[in-house]
Design a protein around this ligand. Structure first.
Ligand code: TRP
Length: 371
């Protein structure tokens, strides 16, 4: 059996460089590797609604943004199926059956859910604050189960995600094992595929905070203009101790160098900064003193532009043909539905709830009541 990929994103905003280095770039490489029989990329609107129940318009607006970001990075609808989660109702049905295989205690132990409950202010604390009273929506609490159905409905062998998703994949694997043990071998056990370059796993924000995040306002978006990129690179956090050019500088925790680690290729030096042969040489000079932040930022800006220019161009072409983008999503969702329906048929059969196709059951009951 060939290898199958499923992965996706919640449509809560435009995608940024953190997404690009952490997943999008990799997806395009995987798409072009020819190693996979099928690739499904899902816009997880239903999952996004689990903690945005009061803001459906946000999700509705961002589906197209995420789709445009996908296409502009080079995901090719001829090679991958891009679809919208809510348009595949089979996923809900599957999740409903999986719910019987997972305990409340197990869900409470899921580290990603735990930290998200904190972050969203869902925790039901003892105090009387607004946030403490909000409580945890059941749909949100159970989204790891829904994610297991996303993955297994497409018989995914491979799930390329960031390390924050590890608990989700682990939970999925448990559900698969439980299901197969109870109902017989039916589901495929997925494997998680982490990004190769650890520097890429988690790109910090432009302010040096651990993660790029919309709420912190420290993102560089794939759809940013050259002007916006220049401004953001120029305002990047560097080494606060590096006051004069001649002062020795630190590259650890220096966002400009972290980004260079993630984006810089040897060819960029010949092209934009021929004074150095590679990043090591450049870092050495910075540490020693004598290399100014301005030069480093200009170099980073040039590299960013080199990376983002083709993405921006592709985006603007698709922006001029929005009906086509929706058509891609509609067709993708149809293909995804057919795939998921096949798995659902297997699941119903394994669970023996395919009553009308179960000749044995009808025969058994015929015999039981025959006079
Ligand atoms: N939870 C993922 C995120 O936060 C999105 C997602 C939903 C997903 N279903 C998935 C990722 C299935 C991989 C596989 O971005």
């Amino acid at each position: 059996m060939g290898k199958i990929i499923l992965t996706g994103d919640r449509p809560t905003g435009r995608l940024h460089l953190g997404h690009y280095v952490g997943s999008l770039k990799r997806r395009v490489e995987l798409q072009n590797s020819g190693e996979f029989e099928k690739i499904f990329i899902m816009i997880a609107d239903a999952q996004a609604l689990t903690d945005n129940a009061d803001n459906p318009e946000k999700i509705r607006q961002n589906i197209i943004e995420v789709a445009l970001d996908y296409l502009s990075c080079g995901l090719d609808p001829e090679k991958v199926t891009i679809f919208i989660q809510s348009q595949v109702p089979e996923l809900c049905e599957l999740a409903f059956y999986y719910m019987n295989l997972v305990t409340v205690q197990r869900l409470q132990r899921n580290p990603t859910v735990k930290s998200e409950i904190q972050m969203r202010g869902f925790s039901e604390g003892d105090d009387d604050s607004q946030q403490a009273r909000k409580g945890i929506p059941v749909g949100f609490f159970t989204y790891p189960i829904s994610q297991a159905s996303d993955i297994t409905a497409f018989r995914a062998t491979t799930v390329p995600v960031g390390d924050d998703q590890a608990p989700m994949i682990e939970q999925t694997r448990e559900i698969v094992h439980k299901f197969n043990a109870v109902y017989g071998e039916t589901l495929v056990t997925p494997q998680m595929l982490l990004p190769e370059n650890q520097a890429c796993c988690r790109l910090p924000g432009t302010d040096g905070k651990a993660k790029m995040s919309k709420s912190l306002g420290n993102c560089i978006y794939l759809s940013d203009t050259s002007k916006e990129i220049k401004k953001k690179v120029n305002s990047m956090f560097t080494d606060p101790g590096h006051l004069q050019i001649t002062d020795p500088g630190k590259v650890e925790g220096n966002v400009v160098f972290t980004y260079l680690d993630a984006f810089c290729e040897p060819s960029h030096f010949a092209k934009f900064l021929p004074d150095y042969a590679n990043l090591e040489e450049m870092k050495e000079h910075y540490r020693r003193g004598g290399l100014g932040d301005g030069t480093c930022k200009k170099f980073l800006y040039n590299i960013m532009e080199d990376t983002l220019q083709p993405i921006r161009e592709r985006r603007s072409k698709y922006e001029q043909n929005i009906p086509l983008v929706y058509e891609i999503l509609r067709k993708g969702s149809e293909v995804a539905r057919v795939e998921a329906a096949k798995t659902l048929a297997d699941v119903r059969k394994a669970m023996k709830i395919d009553y009308f196709d179960d000749a044995e059951l009808i025969a058994e009951h015929t015999l039981k009541y025959k006079k």
